[in-house]
Write a protein that binds this ligand. Sequence first.
Ligand code: NAP
Length: 520
Amino acid sequence: MTELLSSYASGQWQSGNGSGTSLYDPVRGTELVRVDAAGLDLAAAFAFARHSGGAALRALTYAQRAALLGAASKVLQANRDAYYEISTANSGTVKNDTAVDVDGGFYTLSTYAKIGESLGNSHYLHDGEPTRLGKDPLFQSQHVLTPTRGVALLINAFNFPSWGMWEKAAPALLSGVPVIVKPATTTAWLTQRMVKDVVDAGIFPAGAISVICGSSAGLMDQLEPFDVVSFTGSADTAAIIRSHPAVTKISVRVNIEADSVNSALLLPNEALGSEAIDLLVKEVAREMTVKSGQKCTAIRRVLVPEHLYDSVAQALSARLAKTTVGDPRNENVRMGAIVNRAQFNAVRDGLSYLKAQAEVLHDGSTHALAVDDAAIACCVGPTLLGTTDANGSDIADRVHNTEVFGPVATLVPYRNNDLSHALQLIRRGQGSLVASVYGSDPVALGEAIPELTDSHGRVHVISPDVGAIHSGHGNVMPQSVHGGPGRAGGGEELGGLRALNFYHRRAAVQASTAVLTQLK
Ligand code: NAP
């Protein structure tokens, strides 16, 4: 029997009383560890976090809590090798892809440690300046932001067991709000190990951080009015969370990050051979293959003028053909596995669904797999589809509303010299996390931006001058907002100090100027 990972709740490591759910190596098929949350006293765990953890965190200042984040980041960095091993085994990722998750988590944590310092020794925040309420300036209104007196339930998707936890936990803990982390079962091991290292190092006060490994059953039922839920995962699970009585009846605040059919757009008037086209091709190929396309921000639709369809298809296919796929332990492998058999099957089914409305420009199934047993390994090569012409792009509704969570993208030609057609096709994604735009003319790029910012959480604009230094279409930077309207979930995370808003309550204080000056 493999190890049964314990959960950390009520300030103690505890095991569930069931036989557990197994976690597997997606390349070799071996069982790694098990998780089980059956029988855990969730009510006690939430009460302990809410009362003991919350009180201890709120007693600290922002700067003190920022220092704790910095200390946690150092502890995690010291254990980096162990996280890489777990990630290789459980997520099937090559080193560069592990870095996106593991080092991305460190970076986010240390960024919040730094920006948190700037908030100094206060216990709550001012929101704006005092505003007079009548003719007499003596009686004014000042808004303040106070840490919510509850717990933050952080529910994460399988694809970012490290970054996904820390991008939520860092702003929550900096705000003074205790966290209960629920990792996705498939990849819970890395999250559990990181929490264990931080707990063992005794950095945070008791109750500040807990982790529940196993089923999500009963978690939402524990929530009380001042608690918050931050969820990342599928639209289907998001709908269950949104309709839970905790949200509908007692107004538990909820943030949803869901799936998204993100776009990359090449502006009209780029001549064949232009640097902007090269930059687009490079980035699309990278986005399709990083983490085997299992990124919520990955490029799914590539919009190019119709006359460039064939040449961009060829350039992309040539790049994708060079991707070696297989066991991440093999030094020659550039792209690892899909996380498990169920996701592998979902990618295969999703591809068949899209293929009914698109042609295959590069077929991932032709890639030789560098694995011991191709029948066991959840590996698949990158596939580029295409809607053939502008009319096909209009007809192919599946391409605009289906996220295939794997190394799959579709080339979507728009009518030559008709940017409005491209924008109309992009909007059929019904709100996305990110769009990237490629072009050489700053004026044309500047005009396109406000056409995209209404339906995207982030717009990543690439002109040749930033070609070598940009942060990447799919990389979520803690300085920039992450989230998107509509089908992307309507959520908003990160964005520097903006992230703290979710974990604070805004109140208007109406008082005399003399009293307001007492608010520190
Ligand atoms: P999922 O199946 O929806 O699961 C997400 C999380 O919700 C897991 O921790 C899961 O636990 C938990 N969960 C399941 N049922 C629940 C319930 N009834 N109540 C509370 N929690 C519940 O999603 P996934 O397959 O892990 O992730 C893939 C999806 O996430 C993709 O669609 C991707 O686009 C999206 N994603 C979005 C972002 C973003 O930032 N927008 C980032 C990454 C991924 P169990 O694993 O134990 O079932």
